[in-house]
Ligand binder design. Structure first.
Ligand SMILES: *Cc1c(COP(=O)(O)O)cnc(C)c1O
Length: 466
């Protein structure tokens, strides 16, 4: 399988190169040159398969040329063997129409483990083939950092430097990062906000000499391999609810548009997806874009759902490219315009291409609380705030009663227990697998938020390229 950039000029690459590159050299994002299509019989044949076997069937076309089916199975077995539930991503019923797909049974309690556990395995495999070394640098507002650290801790050919804004992530989130004491893991608390931390990371990537000296790489959701791993659970859930004979709708708590874009890929491959509901909090740029064609950046408002507090949704570019007719040069122009003016209109082709599959909703704090209470009172289910935003959007979407609606439950409620306690009066306990989190030793550096301080710290500890 070959991959092309959304901005039209970077060379086409195979899966291995795309995984290690992350971003394309023209600033675009990689997508397969065409979507692999599954027949009705191929989808029917997924019934009853384990998560790992489903993953192998769904991902095999995407990794063709880079991994054999045997290798892919090995990596998936290692990645998903670390989940605490035998079903990996189990479905839970809420009423006659609504279901939760629990994506938080991985080591760090959020859905990001599903993709990052596999990405850690892929990195290790590809780097040992090349005898190369990678330095991962990232900024996190919480969930990505812990999932990425867990996925690469102790790996020989990778160092990871993770920046978080000092005092602005929850205790659980910080400890999930700083109590990992492997020698290749470096946590850095930066004086400043998440945006300051992210700006420092961007500046390091823009320093071409520094980037190539340490072979810098990113683990945020612009990496195609992450999206690919997320396509699997759409198939896994839909088949259990009657696909391919029956259509299924999904509601997705959305920030960077990675998770819901994986649902779009599943639909493109032939899964009968009735609707993809994009659920946003009051930071509603995606809701405005999908309902009115208005993609314009506002100020971020902090909410109880920090992983959805975004101004710009990087993966939205992939939808604009594919739904708008795959004209990379035109999209590069459009994105340059957005980067200058912080606003753009979707073209008619982009709006029409998205309209038949996507709907969207903006859910405020009251809507979130109402959904949390509804799930608790009616089904005894405690939802985290992000999942509750998804459920609120699912319930108001007006989907025909014959179609099951699956809300993606993106985090374990214990990860956001203060917000859950405020809404429901119940404080969810931390699951046993992270039980001693608060008695473990922490290790992290505190640095001023300057480029000089951070690059000096990284340069002293990272492995330069041979
Ligand atoms: C990252 C995250 C999201 C948003 O997912 P995207 O792929 O960025 O749209 C939603 N909920 C939780 C808990 C997350 O960690």
């Amino acid at each position: 399988m070959q991959y092309q950039s959304t901005r039209g000029t970077a060379p086409a690459l195979g899966f291995e190169d795309v995984t290690l590159a992350g971003l394309a050299s023209d600033g675009g994002l990689y997508l397969p040159t065409s979507w692999p299509a599954f027949t009705v019989d191929q989808i029917s044949a997924l019934a009853g398969l384990s998560y790992v076997e489903t993953a192998v069937r769904v991902m095999a076309p995407f990794v063709a040329g880079s991994l054999s089916e045997y290798e892919l199975r090995e990596l998936c077995t290692a990645a998903y063997g670390r989940f605490s539930h035998q079903a990996v991503t189990p479905l839970v019923q809420l009423d006659h129409q609504h279901w939760l797909l629990e994506l938080f049974h991985g080591p760090t309690l959020a859905f990001k483990d599903v993709a990052l556990q596999l990405l850690g395995q892929l990195f290790e495999r590809f780097l040992s083939r090349r005898d190369d070394h990678l330095t991962i640098v990232g900024a996190t507002s919480g969930d990505t950092g812990s999932a990425a650290i867990d996925a690469v801790a102790g790996r020989e050919k990778i160092d990871i430097f993770m920046l978080h804004p000092e005092g602005r992530v929850s205790d659980v989130q910080r400890r999930q990062m700083t109590t990992v004491l492997a020698p290749n893991v470096y946590n850095i608390a930066i004086e400043g906000s998440f945006d300051d931390a992210q700006a420092l990371v961007k500046a390091m990537f823009n320093d071409a000499a520094f980037k190539s000296r340490f072979n810098l790489s990113a683990v945020n959701s612009i990496n195609w391999a992450r999206l690919m791993a997320q396509v699997v659970y759409y198939f896994y859930a839909a088949v259990r609810l009657g696909a391919p004979e029956r259509e299924v709708a999904f509601s997705v708590p959305t920030g960077n548009f990675g998770d819901v874009f994986a649902g779009y890929v599943a639909a493109k491959m032939g899964l009968p997806v009735a609707k993809l509901i994009v659920a946003t909090n009051v930071n509603d740029i995606l809701h405005r874009a999908l309902s009115e064609g208005d993609y314009s950046q506002g100020q971020v408002v902090p909410t109880a759902t920090p992983s959805m507090d975004i101004q710009v949704s990087s993966n939205f570019e992939r939808l604009l490219f594919d739904a708008g007719g795959r004209d990379g040069l035109a999209l590069a122009d459009q994105m340059r315009g957005f980067e200058t003016s912080k606003a753009m209109r979707l073209t008619n082709a982009q709006r029409d291409g998205a309209a038949h599959l996507f709907s969207s909703a903006r859910v405020d704090a009251d809507g979130m609380t109402t959904a949390m209470r509804w799930a608790y009172d009616g089904a005894g289910q405690i939802l985290d705030p992000h999942s509750a935003i998804g459920l609120a959007a699912a319930r108001e979407a007006g989907i025909d009663a014959s179609i099951p609606v699956v809300t993606l439950a993106t985090a374990h409620p214990a990860k956001f227990r203060d917000a859950v306690e405020r809404a429901t009066g119940t404080r969810p306990p931390l699951p046993a697998r992270v039980g001693d989190l608060f008695s473990r030793e922490e290790s992290y550096a505190k640095l001023p938020g300057t480029f000089e301080a951070v690059t000096a710290y990284v340069a002293e500890r990272a492995t330069p390229r041979g």
